[in-house]
Design a protein around this ligand. Structure first.
Ligand code: GLU
Ligand code: ZN
Length: 293
């Protein structure tokens, strides 16, 4: 008989500090928070400040302040990816010593001209590190995975088989590498985020396999779109309004297919969130990748 207790749920929200949180970010924050809290789990927060050229000064603090104002209090220590660079490099050094990575000098243009996928041009060339990206030899492509909301997700063969970049030519670590090392390190049991990240999930699963780390389950929430475009900091989606926190939580709950009572938005954020935790129904969340607002 197996007496071991079920693994405690550990979820997370991992915003990039490229601007203030907007309604699209609130959906990812709230969805991941409610999955964690309705499983009596913990909800961790990680600031993904991995890409300085895209970061806006003050955005990280602004995100923390906003989450607090919305009553979305995280558990455990806050993690900044910028403080994890040595951990990323240690893994790259280990792979390099096993001959699993190589330097690539191909430009985006060259790859686009060759059909859009990287087919290993530099793999056997023994190129040096100057102005080079680091690629990981793809030994275990992942062609499909099961998403808790989207069902079986297929990944195009050419994409699955690419030797993808783990460290960029400009020296910054790649998102896929950092996100997997961080989530594995934190013992995340389920990743809940926007459906814009469905595609890289296959690569991320292949990294878990390479690291011999347990793979979390995946839940990709629908993205809010305006005139067909996802809300993003890049298209200047309006920042969340701290004076309308309950109303925006209410709207996010409705977006996620929940049925909050009509007067709930007049309550304090704590009341809204407690209602939401107690009544969270994952099967009510629309299993589509995009919803027009
Ligand atoms: N930092 C990413 C973003 O803000 C999310 C990463 C993730 O949830 O895996 O889009
Ligand atoms: Zn190359």
């Amino acid at each position: 008989m197996n007496n071991s207790a079920p693994k405690p749920y550990i979820g997370r929200f991992a915003p990039s500090p490229s601007g203030p949180l907007h309604f699209g970010s609130l959906i990812a924050a709230l969805g991941s928070y409610l999955q964690a809290k309705s499983h009596q789990g913990s909800w961790l927060l990680r600031i993904e400040d991995l890409d300085p050229p895209r970061e806006v000064s003050g955005a990280a603090d602004d995100i923390l302040f906003t989450l607090d104002a919305f009553g979305l209090h995280w558990d455990g220590p806050l993690v900044y990816q910028s403080q994890r660079l040595a951990a990323y490099q240690a893994v790259l050094d280990d792979w390099a010593s096993q001959g699993l990575t190589y330097y690539c000098h191909c430009s985006r243009k060259m790859i686009a001209e060759g059909g859009g996928f990287y087919t290993g041009h530099c793999r056997a060339l023994g190129l040096g590190p100057a102005h080079a990206a680091t690629r990981l030899v793809m030994t275990n492509p992942v062609y499909e995975f099961v998403d808790q909301l989207q069902g079986c997700v297929k990944i195009p063969r050419a994409l699955a088989e690419e030797d993808f970049i783990v460290r960029r030519r400009d020296g910054f670590y790649a998102y896929n590498l950092a996100v997997v090392l961080d989530d594995a390190d934190a013992g995340i049991t389920e990743v809940v985020r926007g459906a814009d990240l469905l595609e890289p999930t296959g690569r991320q699963i292949s990294l878990y396999q390479k690291l011999k780390a347990p793979t979390p389950s995946w839940l990709h929430l629908p993205l809010a779109t305006l005139a067909g475009n996802k809300l993003s900091k890049q298209n200047h989606a309006t920042a969340l309004d701290l004076n309308q926190a309950s109303r925006q939580l209410y709207q996010a709950l409705a977006f996620l297919g929940q049925a909050p009572p009509a007067t709930l938005w007049q309550e304090d954020v704590t009341v809204v969130l407690n209602w939401a935790i107690a009544h969270w129904q994952l099967p009510q969340v629309p299993s589509t990748t995009h919803i027009e607002l």
